[in-house]
Write a protein that binds this ligand. Structure first.
Ligand SMILES: [Cu+2]
Length: 333
């Protein structure tokens, strides 16, 4: 953790402590107890950031929302205390008879509107940052099932594989911390560090939600619909998320585990999964003419063997639209 990040975390932690001091005596306030990529027992505040979007979300939370919330809480508390002391029966035996004050009503209508407009400006700025995905280096499709996640790497030709939660006994057998129960999975997502990863999120049965707190991600997984989000991990490590939409009896048992590794390790993992780093053009994509021609001769792995439920198009490959439409260039914010 660099000095700047640490200082910011301390300031954020301080504001969090101030905002919650009234009703919290939680000991784990110091950022030193924060664990990268997973929840901190007893922690309050957000998980440490491992992507630019999460950094921006931290700034929005720590420097916009928390100060405003704290000021409002202090103001309301001060007004209450003032009224209790100044206008109780003993101090103020003869109460005033008036019931309306136009000036005060205008103030307490206009000031909250200004506060909300001010918050919305920063909020929209953050939303636009989520929306303006840079050109992705990698695409992962994540499908929520009752009750696991399945991942597919269409560009690398890695067919969909299922990621199940590690049972409690398996966590113990591997000597892992029990805190990782319901976070750890048998088959993680693997991505290279520093690369823009597009995540296409959908579901096969009911609505789930794909959430990775360290990257600031949470997006619904809706049957029949493909939602899109992105992240760029700025450090290697293991990060955990969970399904975040109540989806049935085993909702709490479908964690998301993601490994951020070096490019070389990623390529080795892709090879171990039977994939290929060679970018596929539209013609080489599953069902494309090149894939059909090459499958029998080179033995190159393809995902046309039924793993992907995309019927081979009858149209010529040249007419097939590129599978990846380049997003608009990110706007400068
Ligand atoms: Cu779910």
């Amino acid at each position: 953790m660099g000095m700047g990040t640490r200082a910011r975390a301390l300031i954020g932690g301080g504001l969090t402590a101030l905002g919650l001091a009234v009703f919290s005596a939680t000991p784990a306030l110091a950022s030193g107890s924060d664990r990268m990529g997973q929840p901190t027992p007893g922690g309050i505040g957000l998980q440490p950031a491992a992507s630019p979007l999460k950094v921006e979300a931290h700034v929005f939370h720590d420097f916009i929302l928390l100060p405003i919330i704290t000021l409002i809480v202090v103001l309301v508390l001060g007004l209450l205390v003032w009224i209790v002391i100044r206008y109780n029966k003993k101090s103020n035996p003869v109460p005033a008879k008036w019931s309306h004050n136009t000036l005060i009503e205008v103030i307490w209508t206009v000031v909250p509107v200004l506060i909300l407009v001010g918050i919305s400006l920063f909020s929209f700025r953050l939303l636009f940052a989520y929306h303006d995905m840079p050109t992705p280096d990698l695409t992962i499709k994540a499908t929520g099932n009752q009750w696991n996640w399945a991942y597919e790497y269409p560009d690398q030709g890695i067919a969909e594989y299922v990621s199940n939660m590690l049972p409690e006994e398996e966590i113990a057998r591997r000597g892992m911390s029990h805190d990782l129960y319901r976070l750890a999975a048998d088959e993680p997502i693997v991505v290279p560090v520093g690369k823009t990863v597009r995540v296409l999120v959908t579901a096969a049965d009911v609505i789930h939600a794909f959430a990775l707190p360290a990257f600031g991600l949470k997006i619904d997984a809706v049957p029949g619909r493909v939602n899109e989000t992105w992240f760029r991990a700025d450090r290697t490590g293991v990060f955990y998320g969970q399904c975040s939409e109540l989806c049935g009896v085993d909702h709490a048992f479908m964690p998301i585990e993601i490994h951020v590794v070096s490019q070389a390790e990623f390529e080795a993992w892709v090879a171990s999964k039977g994939g290929s780093m060679t970018p596929k053009t539209a013609a080489e994509a599953p069902g494309g003419t090149v894939a059909q021609a090459a499958a029998g001769t080179t033995g190159a792995p393809t995902v046309a063997d039924g793993a992907v439920a995309v019927p081979a198009p009858a149209a010529p490959a040249a007419a097939t639209p590129a599978p990846v439409a380049a997003p608009a260039a990110p706007a400068a914010h």
